[in-house]
Design a protein around this ligand. Sequence first.
Ligand SMILES: Cc1ncc(COP(=O)(O)O)c(C=O)c1O
Length: 338
Amino acid sequence: MLDLADEECLTLWRDLKLGYTESTGHPLLRAEIASLYRHITPDETLTFAGAEEAIYILLNVLLGAGDHAVVAWPAYQSLYEVARSTGASVDLLELHESSGWALDLNALQRLLRPTTRLIVVNFPHNPTGTLPDRESFGALIDMARYAGCWLLSDEVYRGLEYDDADRLPAVCDQYEHGISLGVMSKAYALAGLRVGWIVCRNADLLGRLAAFKDYTTICNSAPSEILALAALRARESLLARSRAIVTGNLVYLDRFFSEWSGAFRWVRPRAGSVAFPKLTANSSIESFAADLVEHEGVLLLPGTLFGHAGNHFRLGFGRRDLPEALEGLERFAALQLR
Ligand SMILES: Cc1ncc(COP(=O)(O)O)c(C=O)c1O
């Protein structure tokens, strides 16, 4: 990171003091985060220890007993489990493989209630890699506005679209009650920094989030803030690096799913570094994955572990060792499934 840092960041790094930092985030970091969006000022950003702390605090501040939330599912577990833990009633808006994991706005309409306080979506989506088109995304925002509820858009994989033209606008730029969630972990591949953020145009909500943060982490790690600043300033090269890894791995995966079409199928992701394929051969994904990790040291995450019953598995392809892992999977599949 330091090799990519500009002069100002190098000076900040050299003069770094390991005291408490500003609890809302380093002012330069907040300004850099704001520059990722179109209509956002630094005051409309708030930093957290990763996206995870942001999710925990946001859902605890927005939801409680008597509230209703709708969360698109399958999903990153915290998005619905933390919501449930607040005492709110949570409906899952199910995405289906048969429709290419598309967002079903009719189903959403049926789930909305007068008490619905929050809708939660995550695009580019973990685990399916699905991404709605702009029209559907706009219609989602219209529905949230009409229902008068908050819309949390988990945008941690934003920037990892395989075609730049597919990038959706950030919800905070489009909707006055839209909340955009970002982080250094995914598209920028710097999870160890533990720097995430929420961006929203509602000062009252931001104030309540900041007050809650006084009871969790108080402020970010001082070295991480400077490294995150340097990284965001060098974002074009970091994003290009991540996209090159992911699209390079997709070439291997395309070949795999075409050669193994009798045993596996997938909806090819449109963005991100995660897919949610299905084992169609006559074998349970749980026992297949358990034997695979035993024999080859290759780990697939069965969907059953997060309550998805369709014999699907979560496949991550954001690392350079994917081809090696795929070789292990193919060796094992050749023994078990042919
Ligand atoms: C969709 C999504 N949101 C949020 C997070 C949390 O990010 P972090 O671990 O950087 O806090 C993750 C992590 O896997 C994720 O996949």
